[in-house]
Design a protein around this ligand. Structure first.
Ligand SMILES: NC(=O)c1ccc[n+]([C@@H]2O[C@H](COP(=O)([O-])OP(=O)(O)OC[C@H]3O[C@@H](n4cnc5c(N)ncnc54)[C@H](O)[C@@H]3O)[C@@H](O)[C@H]2O)c1
Length: 361
Protein backbone atom coordinates (compact mmCIF):
# COMPACT_ATOMS: atom_id res chain seq x y z
CA UNK A 1 0.00 0.00 0.00
CA UNK A 2 1.10 3.61 -0.53
CA UNK A 3 2.92 5.59 2.11
CA UNK A 4 0.86 7.81 4.39
CA UNK A 5 1.58 11.45 3.53
CA UNK A 6 2.28 13.47 6.66
CA UNK A 7 2.15 17.25 7.22
CA UNK A 8 3.64 18.66 10.42
CA UNK A 9 2.19 21.74 12.14
CA UNK A 10 5.00 23.40 14.11
CA UNK A 11 8.71 23.40 13.41
CA UNK A 12 10.59 23.24 16.65
CA UNK A 13 11.28 20.69 19.39
CA UNK A 14 8.58 18.06 18.94
CA UNK A 15 8.34 18.71 15.21
CA UNK A 16 11.94 17.50 14.91
CA UNK A 17 11.07 14.32 16.86
CA UNK A 18 8.11 13.61 14.59
CA UNK A 19 10.10 14.35 11.42
CA UNK A 20 12.86 12.00 12.60
CA UNK A 21 10.26 9.36 13.46
CA UNK A 22 8.57 9.54 10.04
CA UNK A 23 11.94 9.36 8.28
CA UNK A 24 12.72 6.23 10.32
CA UNK A 25 9.68 4.40 8.86
CA UNK A 26 10.03 5.02 5.08
CA UNK A 27 8.01 1.90 4.26
CA UNK A 28 4.91 3.34 5.99
CA UNK A 29 4.98 7.15 5.72
CA UNK A 30 6.64 10.20 4.19
CA UNK A 31 6.84 13.90 5.02
CA UNK A 32 5.11 16.11 2.46
CA UNK A 33 4.57 19.46 4.20
CA UNK A 34 5.28 21.60 7.23
CA UNK A 35 3.59 24.77 8.54
CA UNK A 36 4.91 27.21 11.09
CA UNK A 37 4.08 30.92 11.52
CA UNK A 38 7.54 32.24 12.39
CA UNK A 39 9.08 33.70 9.28
CA UNK A 40 11.64 31.38 7.74
CA UNK A 41 11.17 28.56 10.28
CA UNK A 42 8.98 26.37 8.09
CA UNK A 43 11.34 26.78 5.13
CA UNK A 44 14.42 25.99 7.28
CA UNK A 45 12.69 22.96 8.74
CA UNK A 46 11.63 21.77 5.27
CA UNK A 47 15.20 22.15 4.01
CA UNK A 48 16.62 20.28 7.02
CA UNK A 49 14.24 17.35 6.66
CA UNK A 50 13.86 17.28 2.87
CA UNK A 51 10.17 18.24 2.89
CA UNK A 52 8.76 19.52 -0.43
CA UNK A 53 6.22 22.09 0.84
CA UNK A 54 6.53 24.72 3.58
CA UNK A 55 3.69 27.04 4.67
CA UNK A 56 3.53 29.88 7.17
CA UNK A 57 -0.22 29.35 7.77
CA UNK A 58 -1.42 25.89 8.79
CA UNK A 59 -4.70 26.49 6.90
CA UNK A 60 -2.67 26.33 3.68
CA UNK A 61 -1.18 23.00 4.77
CA UNK A 62 -4.73 21.76 5.39
CA UNK A 63 -5.65 22.79 1.82
CA UNK A 64 -2.71 20.79 0.40
CA UNK A 65 -4.29 17.72 -1.26
CA UNK A 66 -1.09 15.73 -0.73
CA UNK A 67 -1.44 15.84 3.06
CA UNK A 68 -3.45 12.92 4.52
CA UNK A 69 -2.40 13.01 8.17
CA UNK A 70 -1.27 15.98 10.21
CA UNK A 71 0.89 15.93 13.31
CA UNK A 72 0.16 18.83 15.66
CA UNK A 73 3.32 19.99 17.42
CA UNK A 74 2.08 23.48 18.24
CA UNK A 75 1.53 24.81 21.79
CA UNK A 76 -1.28 23.21 23.84
CA UNK A 77 -3.71 26.14 23.47
CA UNK A 78 -3.86 25.58 19.70
CA UNK A 79 -4.45 21.82 19.66
CA UNK A 80 -8.26 21.99 19.66
CA UNK A 81 -8.68 24.59 16.92
CA UNK A 82 -6.10 22.99 14.63
CA UNK A 83 -7.72 19.55 15.12
CA UNK A 84 -11.19 20.85 14.34
CA UNK A 85 -9.95 22.69 11.25
CA UNK A 86 -8.07 19.58 10.11
CA UNK A 87 -11.14 17.39 10.55
CA UNK A 88 -13.19 19.81 8.44
CA UNK A 89 -10.49 19.59 5.78
CA UNK A 90 -10.72 15.77 5.85
CA UNK A 91 -7.26 15.17 7.34
CA UNK A 92 -6.45 12.54 9.96
CA UNK A 93 -4.89 14.02 13.10
CA UNK A 94 -2.05 13.02 15.41
CA UNK A 95 -2.25 15.39 18.36
CA UNK A 96 0.62 15.83 20.78
CA UNK A 97 0.07 15.58 24.50
CA UNK A 98 -1.79 16.98 26.36
CA UNK A 99 -4.79 16.61 24.05
CA UNK A 100 -5.96 20.18 24.74
CA UNK A 101 -6.70 22.59 27.59
CA UNK A 102 -10.33 21.91 28.56
CA UNK A 103 -12.71 18.95 28.59
CA UNK A 104 -15.11 20.89 26.36
CA UNK A 105 -12.31 21.13 23.80
CA UNK A 106 -11.65 17.40 24.10
CA UNK A 107 -15.33 16.68 23.40
CA UNK A 108 -15.34 19.06 20.42
CA UNK A 109 -12.18 17.51 18.95
CA UNK A 110 -13.51 13.96 19.26
CA UNK A 111 -16.85 15.03 17.85
CA UNK A 112 -15.36 16.91 14.88
CA UNK A 113 -13.14 13.97 13.90
CA UNK A 114 -15.95 11.44 14.29
CA UNK A 115 -18.31 13.58 12.15
CA UNK A 116 -15.65 14.00 9.46
CA UNK A 117 -14.75 10.31 9.51
CA UNK A 118 -11.08 10.99 10.27
CA UNK A 119 -8.90 9.50 12.98
CA UNK A 120 -7.93 11.46 16.07
CA UNK A 121 -4.74 9.84 17.37
CA UNK A 122 -3.20 10.79 20.69
CA UNK A 123 0.59 10.96 20.66
CA UNK A 124 1.52 9.19 23.89
CA UNK A 125 4.85 7.69 22.94
CA UNK A 126 5.30 5.88 26.27
CA UNK A 127 2.82 3.28 24.93
CA UNK A 128 5.55 2.49 22.37
CA UNK A 129 8.78 2.91 24.37
CA UNK A 130 10.44 -0.52 23.98
CA UNK A 131 11.36 -0.94 27.66
CA UNK A 132 7.87 0.00 28.81
CA UNK A 133 6.28 -2.24 26.19
CA UNK A 134 8.44 -5.13 27.45
CA UNK A 135 7.41 -4.40 31.04
CA UNK A 136 3.74 -4.44 30.02
CA UNK A 137 4.14 -7.67 28.05
CA UNK A 138 5.65 -9.35 31.14
CA UNK A 139 2.88 -7.97 33.36
CA UNK A 140 0.22 -9.20 30.92
CA UNK A 141 1.86 -12.67 30.93
CA UNK A 142 1.42 -12.69 34.72
CA UNK A 143 5.12 -12.28 35.58
CA UNK A 144 4.37 -10.05 38.56
CA UNK A 145 1.10 -11.66 39.71
CA UNK A 146 -1.57 -9.07 40.48
CA UNK A 147 -0.05 -5.67 39.76
CA UNK A 148 -1.10 -3.35 42.57
CA UNK A 149 1.23 -0.36 42.14
CA UNK A 150 2.59 1.33 39.01
CA UNK A 151 4.82 4.39 39.27
CA UNK A 152 5.97 6.68 36.49
CA UNK A 153 8.14 9.75 36.83
CA UNK A 154 9.21 12.38 34.35
CA UNK A 155 11.59 15.05 35.55
CA UNK A 156 13.91 17.63 34.03
CA UNK A 157 15.15 21.14 34.69
CA UNK A 158 12.25 22.94 33.00
CA UNK A 159 10.88 23.45 29.48
CA UNK A 160 12.83 24.89 26.58
CA UNK A 161 10.14 27.31 25.25
CA UNK A 162 8.62 30.30 27.07
CA UNK A 163 4.99 29.32 26.38
CA UNK A 164 5.23 26.27 28.68
CA UNK A 165 5.90 28.62 31.62
CA UNK A 166 2.89 30.81 30.79
CA UNK A 167 -0.14 29.01 32.23
CA UNK A 168 -2.45 31.00 29.91
CA UNK A 169 -0.84 29.19 26.99
CA UNK A 170 -0.05 25.83 28.57
CA UNK A 171 -3.01 25.36 30.94
CA UNK A 172 -0.76 24.40 33.86
CA UNK A 173 2.78 23.51 34.90
CA UNK A 174 4.70 20.25 35.25
CA UNK A 175 1.57 18.10 35.66
CA UNK A 176 0.07 19.41 32.42
CA UNK A 177 3.44 19.04 30.67
CA UNK A 178 4.88 15.84 32.15
CA UNK A 179 2.21 14.36 34.42
CA UNK A 180 -0.02 13.73 31.41
CA UNK A 181 2.50 11.06 30.32
CA UNK A 182 2.44 9.30 33.70
CA UNK A 183 -1.37 9.40 33.95
CA UNK A 184 -1.68 7.83 30.49
CA UNK A 185 1.07 5.33 31.28
CA UNK A 186 -0.44 3.99 34.53
CA UNK A 187 -3.89 3.71 32.95
CA UNK A 188 -2.56 1.91 29.85
CA UNK A 189 -0.22 -0.36 31.79
CA UNK A 190 -3.03 -1.59 34.02
CA UNK A 191 -5.29 -2.38 31.05
CA UNK A 192 -7.23 0.91 30.89
CA UNK A 193 -9.36 0.45 34.04
CA UNK A 194 -11.80 3.15 35.19
CA UNK A 195 -10.25 5.81 37.38
CA UNK A 196 -11.89 5.95 40.81
CA UNK A 197 -10.14 8.86 42.50
CA UNK A 198 -7.19 11.23 42.24
CA UNK A 199 -5.09 12.90 44.93
CA UNK A 200 -2.37 15.38 44.05
CA UNK A 201 0.06 17.55 45.94
CA UNK A 202 1.50 20.43 43.90
CA UNK A 203 4.00 23.15 44.68
CA UNK A 204 6.11 25.80 42.99
CA UNK A 205 9.46 25.06 44.64
CA UNK A 206 12.13 26.60 42.43
CA UNK A 207 10.73 28.58 39.50
CA UNK A 208 8.32 31.02 41.16
CA UNK A 209 10.04 33.88 39.35
CA UNK A 210 9.19 32.36 35.95
CA UNK A 211 5.81 30.74 36.32
CA UNK A 212 2.56 30.56 38.24
CA UNK A 213 2.50 26.87 37.40
CA UNK A 214 3.49 23.98 39.66
CA UNK A 215 7.06 22.84 39.09
CA UNK A 216 6.80 19.82 41.40
CA UNK A 217 3.94 17.38 41.96
CA UNK A 218 3.01 13.93 43.16
CA UNK A 219 -0.27 12.52 41.89
CA UNK A 220 -1.86 9.33 43.20
CA UNK A 221 -4.50 7.62 41.08
CA UNK A 222 -6.84 4.98 42.47
CA UNK A 223 -8.19 2.60 39.83
CA UNK A 224 -11.43 0.64 39.97
CA UNK A 225 -9.50 -2.67 39.89
CA UNK A 226 -7.87 -1.74 43.21
CA UNK A 227 -4.45 -0.85 41.79
CA UNK A 228 -2.70 2.46 42.46
CA UNK A 229 -0.81 4.68 40.04
CA UNK A 230 1.74 7.18 41.25
CA UNK A 231 3.01 9.94 39.00
CA UNK A 232 5.95 12.20 39.82
CA UNK A 233 6.34 15.36 37.74
CA UNK A 234 9.16 17.83 38.16
CA UNK A 235 10.75 20.81 36.44
CA UNK A 236 13.37 20.95 39.20
CA UNK A 237 15.75 18.16 38.30
CA UNK A 238 19.02 19.36 36.77
CA UNK A 239 21.21 16.89 34.89
CA UNK A 240 18.97 16.05 31.93
CA UNK A 241 15.68 14.27 31.37
CA UNK A 242 14.73 11.40 33.69
CA UNK A 243 11.96 8.99 32.64
CA UNK A 244 11.45 5.92 34.85
CA UNK A 245 8.85 3.38 35.90
CA UNK A 246 8.45 0.92 38.77
CA UNK A 247 5.90 -1.90 38.71
CA UNK A 248 4.94 -3.97 41.74
CA UNK A 249 2.78 -7.11 41.94
CA UNK A 250 2.31 -9.85 44.53
CA UNK A 251 4.66 -12.15 42.57
CA UNK A 252 7.34 -9.74 41.40
CA UNK A 253 8.41 -6.34 40.23
CA UNK A 254 10.30 -4.58 37.47
CA UNK A 255 12.05 -1.25 37.05
CA UNK A 256 12.90 0.63 33.88
CA UNK A 257 14.85 3.78 33.17
CA UNK A 258 14.35 4.88 29.55
CA UNK A 259 17.30 7.22 29.29
CA UNK A 260 20.05 6.64 31.87
CA UNK A 261 19.33 2.91 31.79
CA UNK A 262 20.23 2.87 28.09
CA UNK A 263 23.09 5.31 28.28
CA UNK A 264 26.87 5.11 28.37
CA UNK A 265 28.14 6.06 31.85
CA UNK A 266 30.74 8.57 30.72
CA UNK A 267 33.34 10.84 32.28
CA UNK A 268 34.85 13.69 30.24
CA UNK A 269 36.92 16.64 31.49
CA UNK A 270 36.52 18.54 28.22
CA UNK A 271 32.92 17.73 27.26
CA UNK A 272 31.38 16.76 23.91
CA UNK A 273 28.40 17.62 21.69
CA UNK A 274 25.23 16.13 23.19
CA UNK A 275 24.41 13.85 26.12
CA UNK A 276 20.64 13.82 26.60
CA UNK A 277 17.64 16.15 26.36
CA UNK A 278 17.95 19.16 28.70
CA UNK A 279 21.38 18.22 30.09
CA UNK A 280 23.13 21.54 30.81
CA UNK A 281 26.68 20.18 30.44
CA UNK A 282 28.62 17.30 28.96
CA UNK A 283 31.58 17.75 31.30
CA UNK A 284 32.22 15.42 34.26
CA UNK A 285 30.04 12.33 34.69
CA UNK A 286 27.19 12.21 32.17
CA UNK A 287 24.85 9.62 30.62
CA UNK A 288 24.89 10.16 26.85
CA UNK A 289 22.03 8.32 25.16
CA UNK A 290 21.98 6.65 21.77
CA UNK A 291 18.92 5.94 19.59
CA UNK A 292 17.04 8.50 21.71
CA UNK A 293 13.93 8.65 19.51
CA UNK A 294 13.76 4.86 19.29
CA UNK A 295 14.09 4.41 23.06
CA UNK A 296 11.19 6.83 23.58
CA UNK A 297 9.08 5.04 20.96
CA UNK A 298 8.49 7.91 18.50
CA UNK A 299 9.12 5.94 15.26
CA UNK A 300 7.10 2.98 16.59
CA UNK A 301 4.27 5.38 17.48
CA UNK A 302 4.21 6.97 14.01
CA UNK A 303 4.42 3.52 12.38
CA UNK A 304 1.35 2.43 14.35
CA UNK A 305 -0.52 5.64 13.47
CA UNK A 306 0.34 5.33 9.77
CA UNK A 307 -0.89 1.74 9.80
CA UNK A 308 -4.10 2.88 11.52
CA UNK A 309 -4.68 5.36 8.68
CA UNK A 310 -4.35 2.48 6.22
CA UNK A 311 -6.72 0.33 8.29
CA UNK A 312 -4.01 -2.21 9.13
CA UNK A 313 -4.10 -1.57 12.90
CA UNK A 314 -6.58 -0.26 15.47
CA UNK A 315 -5.49 2.82 17.46
CA UNK A 316 -4.24 2.12 20.97
CA UNK A 317 -4.09 5.85 21.75
CA UNK A 318 -6.88 8.04 20.44
CA UNK A 319 -8.99 11.06 21.34
CA UNK A 320 -10.74 9.07 24.08
CA UNK A 321 -7.34 8.31 25.62
CA UNK A 322 -6.55 12.02 25.63
CA UNK A 323 -9.94 12.77 27.23
CA UNK A 324 -9.35 10.22 30.04
CA UNK A 325 -6.02 11.93 30.75
CA UNK A 326 -7.66 15.36 30.59
CA UNK A 327 -10.26 14.40 33.21
CA UNK A 328 -7.53 13.09 35.53
CA UNK A 329 -5.61 16.34 34.97
CA UNK A 330 -8.69 18.31 36.04
CA UNK A 331 -9.10 16.06 39.10
CA UNK A 332 -5.40 16.41 40.00
CA UNK A 333 -5.53 20.22 39.96
CA UNK A 334 -8.83 20.25 41.87
CA UNK A 335 -7.40 17.84 44.46
CA UNK A 336 -4.33 20.03 44.96
CA UNK A 337 -6.65 23.00 45.43
CA UNK A 338 -8.97 21.26 47.89
CA UNK A 339 -6.29 19.27 49.72
CA UNK A 340 -8.36 16.09 49.40
CA UNK A 341 -9.14 13.20 47.06
CA UNK A 342 -11.35 13.93 44.08
CA UNK A 343 -13.60 11.13 42.85
CA UNK A 344 -14.43 10.55 39.20
CA UNK A 345 -16.40 11.20 37.06
CA UNK A 346 -15.19 14.79 37.46
CA UNK A 347 -16.29 17.06 34.66
CA UNK A 348 -16.85 20.58 35.97
CA UNK A 349 -18.08 22.84 33.18
CA UNK A 350 -16.69 26.20 32.15
CA UNK A 351 -13.16 25.69 33.51
CA UNK A 352 -10.87 28.01 31.53
CA UNK A 353 -7.70 26.04 32.20
CA UNK A 354 -6.92 23.11 34.51
CA UNK A 355 -4.59 25.05 36.81
CA UNK A 356 -7.49 27.33 37.82
CA UNK A 357 -8.89 24.36 39.76
CA UNK A 358 -5.76 24.48 41.94
CA UNK A 359 -5.45 28.25 42.25
CA UNK A 360 -9.16 29.00 42.76
CA UNK A 361 -10.68 25.81 44.19
N1 LIG B 1 5.47 13.64 23.30
C1 LIG B 1 6.43 14.30 23.89
O1 LIG B 1 7.24 13.75 24.58
C2 LIG B 1 6.52 15.79 23.69
C3 LIG B 1 7.74 16.44 23.87
C4 LIG B 1 7.79 17.82 23.69
C5 LIG B 1 6.64 18.52 23.37
N2 LIG B 1 5.45 17.85 23.22
C6 LIG B 1 4.22 18.60 22.91
O2 LIG B 1 4.33 19.10 21.59
C7 LIG B 1 3.74 20.40 21.50
C8 LIG B 1 4.81 21.38 21.01
O3 LIG B 1 5.86 21.42 21.95
P1 LIG B 1 7.34 21.84 21.51
O4 LIG B 1 8.22 21.42 22.63
O5 LIG B 1 7.63 21.38 20.14
O6 LIG B 1 7.20 23.42 21.53
P2 LIG B 1 8.13 24.47 20.76
O7 LIG B 1 7.90 25.77 21.42
O8 LIG B 1 9.51 23.92 20.66
O9 LIG B 1 7.50 24.50 19.29
C9 LIG B 1 6.19 24.96 19.07
C10 LIG B 1 6.00 25.17 17.59
O10 LIG B 1 4.64 25.53 17.34
C11 LIG B 1 4.65 26.58 16.37
N3 LIG B 1 3.42 27.35 16.38
C12 LIG B 1 3.08 28.34 17.24
N4 LIG B 1 1.90 28.87 16.83
C13 LIG B 1 1.52 28.19 15.72
C14 LIG B 1 0.42 28.29 14.84
N5 LIG B 1 -0.55 29.18 15.01
N6 LIG B 1 0.37 27.44 13.77
C15 LIG B 1 1.33 26.54 13.58
N7 LIG B 1 2.40 26.40 14.37
C16 LIG B 1 2.49 27.22 15.43
C17 LIG B 1 5.89 27.39 16.75
O11 LIG B 1 6.25 28.23 15.68
C18 LIG B 1 6.88 26.26 16.99
O12 LIG B 1 7.44 25.83 15.78
C19 LIG B 1 3.22 20.71 22.90
O13 LIG B 1 1.86 20.43 22.98
C20 LIG B 1 4.01 19.80 23.81
O14 LIG B 1 3.34 19.46 24.99
C21 LIG B 1 5.40 16.52 23.35
Amino acid sequence: MSKVRVGIVGSRFQADCIAGAVKAIPEEAELVAVASPTKGHAADFAMRHGIPNAYSDYHDLLRDPKVELISITAPNRLHAQITIDAAKAGKHVVCEKPLCITLEEADAMIDACAKAGVLLLYAEELFFAPKYVKAKQMADEGAFGRVHLVKQGEKHSGPHSPWFWDVEQSGGGAVMDLGCHGIAFCWWFLGKPKVKSVYSHMATQVHGDRTQGEDEAITIIEFENGATGMVESSWNRPGGMDDCIEVFGDKGQTYADVLMGNALPTYSEVGFGYAVEKAATTKGWTYPVFEEHWNYGFPQEMRHFARCVRGKETPIADGETGRVVQEVLYAAYASAGQGSKVTLPFRPKGVRKPIDLWKNP
